[in-house]
Design a protein around this ligand. Sequence first.
Ligand code: HEM
Ligand code: HEM
Length: 465
Amino acid sequence: MSQLKENLLTDTSLTSLPQPHLTARGFCLTSAFWMVIATFAGLLGATELIAPDLTANIGWLVFGRIRPIHINLVLFGFVTPGLLAAAFYYFPRLLRTELFSERLGVVTVIAWNVTLVAAMVSLAMGYTQGREYAEMVWPIDIMIVAAFVLVFTNLAMTVKRRREPILYVSVWYVLAATVLTAATYSLGNVIWRPDSGSLVGIPDAILLWFYGHNVFGLLLTPLAAGVTYYIIPRACRAPLYSHTLSLLGFWSLIVVYTHIGTHHLLQVPVPTWLKVIAIVDSVAMVIPVMAFLLNIWFTAKGRLGEIHADIGAKFVFTGTIMYFFVSIQGSMMSLPQVQRVTHFNNWVVGHAHVGVLGFAGMIALGGLYYILPKITNRPLYSRFLADLQYWLVLIGVVGFTVVLTIAGLIQGSAWLNGETVYRLLAEIHVYYVVRASLGLMVFVGALIGLYNILQTLYGKAGEAP
Ligand code: HEM
Ligand code: HEM
């Protein structure tokens, strides 16, 4: 364990080896580029909610196509590649070996981007299987599963060739995330039925939401936890508070998160026992969540100055605070009495943005900013621009949460009292306007991020403003 601690605290374990970091660079660029496209799609969708006639006769821009484009691109274009970029950097360091194959990594990055383009174009053309988070048609499903298998193969083979006997918890999280996502994606997208990509009736809804929530629970959460466990001790120059607690957090996540998807279906006639399991374990999520957070926060205790000084760690640490909020909120939303008000309205959209942008997205950006100076061997092009992006994203996501939660409460309580959906639209219009304005900030932040990252990777050194 002492050598592992040493690796975590110093940057010297691999300095003698040539490290092109092509795969990490590729995923950095992928994440920064698709964040721009994805947030633009979100902004367009938000504008359409304010002015529904804006794109009425332009088929490929209607809300029903823009929304899945936004969601799939934030998930698979921005957040996942951002978190994988960091993983491709820290795997060799934690395992004291080189990446199994940079060539395979580059092929994976290319395949990943081809898949994203195919997903975006096909969704814009109206090819969809119409199931949330599983919209893409069969050939693209296969491409996505293949991409995850390639990532897993490269990382697992790196583990096989390791010189470090102990597997730090970040390694556990990333291997689990990639292999389990390849499996749950195949199941949730019913890839053995290429035509429809679905079962029929209630079993289909259960399977879909088993997969749907595992996108967050078995993909984004473990990848983000892996990055956090790597960056926070390094940035604080402190050993991890508890390795035992980190494993407790890992295993309880796997045990508890995997079967709470039915909390998306509490208003649906699924078997009651399934709902009971989903509700009880949604509350039990406090175990993996707090095991992870306490471990990180105790590691950082008394060292917030170091975190503030490192822009990557600052993003990551903020992400952990968001994780606290989204999880407490999520456990509450799983209670039927609460969900009677919050279901099907903007409250859930608010929760979604705290989770995917505030928690996983912030940590993905933190990972990028942490590794960029290390993989390029020179300072970040502009700390000022990175800070600016931090504030734009932070104000954006907190603002989203406030306005969408208020709008959701207005909708939910009015519906409960028998009000119709359309009569409320005028009342929530102003919240949609504020949301779109905040979205513009996040989009500008994405543009700034792309510029900063491109300059760091390819610009002339020392040009920063
Ligand atoms: C303890 C942890 C969590 C619990 C118990 C939880 C619970 C829930 C519940 C009950 C819903 C459904 C609400 C409804 O339809 O009425 C939901 C939706 C959602 N959650 Fe969470 N959540 C948790 C953490 C997270 C995290 C960490 C993320 C992101 C990484 C996330 C992302 C989402 C998203 C995107 C949706 C919207 C799904 C949709 O499109 O309908 N959640 N969550
Ligand atoms: C990279 C940052 C972002 C992430 C990770 C993200 C994530 C998500 C997710 C997971 C959903 C599904 C919510 C649900 O069904 O409950 C969603 C929906 C949406 N997002 Fe984003 N989003 C981001 C940025 C933005 C921005 C900048 C805007 C612009 C205002 C935006 C506007 C929307 C809209 C309009 C929806 C559809 C909501 C609805 O169906 O009513 N998002 N986003």
